[in-house]
Design a protein around this ligand. Structure first.
Ligand code: DAH
Length: 353
């Protein structure tokens, strides 16, 4: 066999490799030349019969051919891998010039902002913040608050009823006010109270606000069937109407960031307070200047309610109030239609971001 023959083997290897379209077929082609039974391998085996001198030259020539074939194989391997990568890159191509998807920053709903503000201000005055159920028993919503069945004061709230009856046979209601939280909160903490008294500690106070959703059959520019209230309750040994005035005046001035604000306690009626008062505020400047605006109901907690809390009305006295965060939000931001809160129109909501 001559060098020419070796050259032609190398050449046919090159052609076979170039014609292999996939890595698997390339490996098959390789076997024909440098595999166990490949042509080069066979040539090497054939050298056994040659003389030492012949082995040297012949061996060197075969090795050169083998190296050339290996080089051609590696070139083709690389070319196939490159082609595959190319296809993959094209398939996963990213057009970095496309405009990005803009994520607008969100924000809290204006009423949520008000609720947070109310909680912060009352917390700074030592009030706890409590939360309770929106589906309420008749006893909690009315009777416990000195407002028994058939009492005319029940018509003050156009209540939604639920199709489930309580143990007393009266349907549950969607709470029309947060006032049931007064009795609920007292019941939840009464054991702590009794324990403190047993230990001879000073009589604990109840000082709490309960903000949340409330429901009434009512719908116009200033009323929505779902609205918000925030209940307040301060009971202790010696809590008076004067404290109500101080606390509520302080709250309003902090909430509206104005000392230029007058408050008026207008006599009223609620079954759960005696005496009772509506709280009106009056701005001394700005677009609402001079008008009296009702912001809360309030009063000294009725002894019957204190008793229903499980407390002794001879020992516990204090005040309660119920205010409307929706209304406070309208006044603070100058919103003129309550329904805007619940339309979900981002053009409105964005203004509070
Ligand atoms: N619950 C009353 C309402 O919804 C508001 C209210 C008035 C709450 C006087 C009180 C209160 O705690 O003392 O109209």
């Amino acid at each position: 066999m001559t060098t020419n023959d070796l050259d032609s083997i190398v050449e046919s290897a090159r052609q076979a490799f170039a014609g292999a379209p996939t890595p698997a077929e390339l490996e098959n082609a390789k076997a024909l030349f440098i595999g166990k039974a490949g042509r080069i391998t066979e040539l090497m085996k054939g050298m056994a019969v040659l003389s030492v001198e012949e082995k040297k030259t012949r061996g060197a020539a075969i090795n050169t051919a083998k190296q050339a074939i290996e080089a051609a194989l590696n070139d083709r391997r690389q070319a196939l891998a490159d082609a595959e990568l190319d296809i993959q890159l094209k398939a996963e191509a990213l057009d970095v010039s496309l405009p990005g998807r803009l994520r607008e920053p969100g924000g809290l709903h204006p009423v949520s902002l008000t609720m947070e503000r109310i909680e912060l201000i009352f917390a700074s005055m030592g009030f706890d913040v409590a939360d309770g159920p929106e589906i309420e028993s008749d006893w909690h919503s009315f009777t416990s608050l000195n407002n028994p069945p058939n009492h005319p004061a029940r018509s003050m709230q156009d209540t939604f009823y639920v199709d489930i009856k309580g143990d007393d046979g009266i349907p549950y209601n969607l709470r029309p006010h947060t006032s049931p939280m007064q009795v609920r909160y007292a019941h939840a903490h009464i054991k702590k109270f009794a324990d403190a008294v047993k230990r001879g500690e000073p009589m604990p106070e109840i000082r709490v606000i309960a903000p949340g959703r409330t429901y009434r059959v009512d719908s116009d520019a200033t009323h929505s069937p779902m609205f918000h209230q925030c209940e307040g309750l301060w009971l202790g040994e010696n809590v008076s109407f004067k404290d109500l005035k101080v606390v509520f005046t302080d709250f309003c001035r902090t909430f509206f960031e104005s000392d230029d604000l007058a408050l008026r306690f207008r006599p009223s009626f609620f079954p759960f307070t005696e005496p009772s008062a509506e709280i009106d505020i009056q701005f001394q400047s700005g677009p609402l200047s001079g008008k009296w605006l009702e912001v809360a109901g309030s009063g000294q907690v009725h002894p019957a309610v204190v008793r229903n809390m499980g407390l002794d009305p001879e020992k516990y006295i204090g005040f309660a109030f119920g205010m409307g965060p929706d209304r406070l939000t309208m006044l603070r931001y100058g919103v003129n239609d309550l329904r805007l809160y619940f339309d979900g129109d981002v053009r409105f909501l964005r203004q509070f971001r």
